[in-house]
Design a protein around this ligand. Sequence first.
Ligand code: GLC
Length: 465
Amino acid sequence: MKIILISSFFVVVFFFSIAQKPHKYTESEAFSLIKTLEGTPFKRNNHPNAQWFPEAGLGLFIHWGIHSVAALDPSWTMIKNCPWAGPGYFVGREKYYQLVNEFNPSAYDPDKWILAAKQAGFQYVVLTTKHHDGYCLWPSKYGNMNTSKYMNNRDLLKPYIEACRKYGLKVGLYFSPRDWSNPIYPIPYPDYDYKNKGTSDKYPDNINQQKFDEFFDFTIRQLSELLTNYGKIDLLWFDSIDWSKINTYSERMHAWLRIIQPEMVVNPRWDTNDPFKHFGDFKSEEVSWGAHPEKKPESISDDDWWEFCNSWSGNWGYSPMNKFKDIYEVIKILVYARSFGGNYLLNIGPAPDGTMRSGFYDECIKLAAWMENNKESVVGNQAVPNWQEISNVPLTKNGNCYYAHVFTEFKGSVNVRLKYPPSEVLLLSNGKNIDFKYDKKAGITFDLNYTDRTILDDVVKIVLQ
Ligand code: GLC
């Protein structure tokens, strides 16, 4: 008994000590480790260095890869009859993969991207290291679609990660588990035609899991490269497996990620075929919530961490011909997301030569100008998820300060019913104090002068006594 106790003590100490040193693993140690692990039931990451996520506010999503060469929607443009396809969308698999020979980012300058993002108030960045087409932006030793095969071992991730660290932005890696370049992967659209979705399974049941196991090894090898060769990674963004009737080893995956990158937050798209084994430190809303951002997303509870992602312009990839979303719309969505506790992950597609698409820097400057005075109301702050019950404008907060967001279309008096009287009410854009009325029952009421209004969100800070 004594021996068991002592040895289990050392096992715990050993695991604790390696958990504190995530980068001490080599790639092959990380790969071997997952085989030995028992799964652990899901628990949101409670490491102190993972707690930045719910207060981050704004993230920059970057879709970049071989698709950028022809300004295609990443990966999906090789699928016939894709439901969201517009005119000229489909290019087919052969043409799509030919782009790999033309992808040559001769002017790649992530330092410039990330500096502009930092100045615009972005707190984290998520770059597509591998989209569903399987192309890896790093010189992976596994698979046939990567910079070791096509770009003379050039590593496009390293300078990106270094730039994020240099400017203090959190490093996020998007990684698509589904990989349409890997012959083992059973694409669920036979003949690459969306119409055939689910019509037949590639593998009979008796070898389905075995095939997945082979694919799982390949995936873990690639993930081991990503998660041990670049130091600390702050966020991992999976994008579905989409393979039916298999065990995707989600509990084991969860345990493994916590050991090799204990401070990392993980999104909820490492699929399982068992809803009880699903994991993710935060929930994910995509595109459609943006049509009614004044409504709290149905799937979100008050203490959930969550994120909304959509595109700033055009499709997820390089979209040089598309207009950017109006800056005011971007700010409104950010405010609504923050009021309900979510982050806004706004997507941009750089050009194939590695420069940002035209307009990006101008939009960042517009955002930076608004952020200059108003950042504290959307970054590093908290939600007021029930704001609709106590206010006629959206609210965010930070400790005992509340922020009332007065959109340009709002007319009339602002009314906010908080538990305590304010000591100060001021307009963030110019720092002016605002005259207000306070009544225990009716709360705080004020008007904004016409001359103080801007064409964006005017934020009023209410400091409680
Ligand atoms: C969807 C799309 C994918 C895109 C992602 C971004 O999963 O399939 O193309 O990268 O959304 O959230």
